[in-house]
Design a protein around this ligand. Structure first.
Ligand code: ADP
Ligand code: MG
Length: 393
């Protein structure tokens, strides 16, 4: 049994015409002698009737807090609708198919609703279906707890479903079908000259993904790397091979990624009172506020948070008598390059590129494989384009 997992994202299943393309890829794979296992996302994007954000917007009328369990149950419906429809379409074309919820497909998670982790995949149901000649169509983004509660895996969770299933089933390959031709040197919606990378390493794409390139979810790449599963990112709307993610040589610079809508928090503290620092970070952590771009000086603490969390964070900080300075409307632009370690001059070129566009850098941070600059949201597109050009990507 040669299995291939094929995951189709929201735009791929959005319209009758795009679903026609989905069927084409699945049926061709079957004709080539593979057993396809299909994973689908919810239909369409924000505003479309069955998209996840649309389902979530129903909860606005609740006003107050919605129980996490019920929120997940509602959110899981989009993928179930999509799976039922795609399975029905395959059947109508004469290819026996069966739709499964994540739980029915054996995906067991912990009970962290909204961001659950897969603990185990019981593959017998899917294997039986394949042996009986069915194409399984699995609802992405979801699982079930040992108690039988439906959970969701967080944004981009269908990618995780696909790769985790691929690993559990021992698939030859996991294909992530989407609305672009592959993983590109920058988001093609922003940089017109962005081009497709034929191959990237797990590490390169993990860094791109964690730094905002949402084309594939970083958790999915991590599972693929641990289990050494080849993953391809390719277009539903063409036959081109897309990008193959594997081990291999790393480039100096892979691409440019970005995360918009951040806020910078600056807190002045008396440098002789270390306990304030401890309280600040403990309180933010306990409130579930994730912080990034952290720079600590004896009398100054600087970091970024998602802009949507500003009110919450300020409330928490004021609660311990700390008055932060907040700068909203920022973006983190990151140059990713697994091969940049120890290579001189990368920072100099970044500064030159942004200076040449008269873009102010509010903060920077770096790792072995990334250099990030905090800029204003309205400068982000120009910054990404200038960096893309400077590094001749
Ligand atoms: P899907 O619904 O198929 O999961 P996503 O919207 O999650 O699709 O991911 C595809 C989108 O990722 C593309 O439309 C593109 O705008 C965006 N993207 C961001 N960075 C990159 C990149 N470096 N390469 C390719 N696509 C990117
Ligand atoms: Mg996606």
């Amino acid at each position: 049994m040669k299995l291939v997992v094929q995951k189709f994202g929201g735009t791929s299943v959005a319209t009758p015409k795009s679903r026609e393309m989905v069927l084409k890829h699945v049926i061709r794979t079957k004709r080539e002698g593979y057993s396809p296992v299909v994973v689908v996302s919810a239909i369409g994007r924000r505003g479309d009737p069955y998209a996840t954000d649309t389902l979530l917007s129903l909860l606005e009328e609740v006003g107050g807090e919605v129980p996490a369990r019920e929120r997940d149950l509602l959110m899981s419906c989009g993928e179930i609708i999509s799976a039922a429809l795609v399975a029905a379409l395959l059947n109508a074309k004469g290819h026996p198919a069966k739709a499964f919820t994540g739980g029915q497909a054996g995906i067991i998670t912990d009970d962290r609703f909204g961001n659950a982790a897969i603990k185990e995949i019981k593959t017998d149901v899917l294997i039986d279906a394949v042996k009986q000649g069915y194409i399984p169509v699995v609802a992405g983004f979801q699982g079930i707890t040992e108690n039988g509660d439906i959970t969701t895996l967080g944004r981009g969770g269908s990618d995780t479903t696909a790769v985790a299933l691929g690993a559990a089933l021992g698939a030859e390959c996991v294909d992530i079908f989407t609305d672009v031709e592959g993983i590109m040197t920058a988001d093609p919606r922003i940089v017109k000259g962005a081009h497709i990378l034929d191959t990237v390493t797990y590490r390169e794409v993990t860094e791109m993904a964690y730094n905002g390139a949402r084309v594939i979810h970083p958790k999915a790449v991590e599972i693929a790397m641990q289990r050494n599963i080849p993953v391809r990112v390719r277009s539903t709307f063409s036959d081109s091979p897309g990008t193959l993610i594997t081990c291999g040589p790393e480039r100096l610079i892979t691409g440019i990624a970005h995360i918009p809508h951040l806020a910078q928090i600056c807190i002045k503290v008396p440098s002789d009172d270390r306990s304030v620092e401890v309280r600040i970070f403990r309180m933010l952590a306990d409130a579930g506020i994730s912080i990034d771009l952290i720079n600590l000086f004896p009398d100054l603490k600087v970091f970024t948070i998602k802009e949507e969390l500003v009110e919450k964070a300020v409330g928490v900080l004021e609660g311990i008598g700390v008055i932060p300075e907040v700068v909203r409307g920022l973006a983190k632009v990151t140059v990713v390059g697994a091969g940049m370690r120890g290579v001189p001059g990368v920072m100099a070129r970044i500064i030159e590129a942004l200076e040449g566009e008269n873009i102010e850098i509010l903060q920077t941070s770096d790792s072995h494989t990334t250099i990030s600059c905090l800029v204003r949201d309205e400068d982000a597109e120009r910054a990404i384009t200038a960096l893309h050009k400077k590094f001749e990507l």
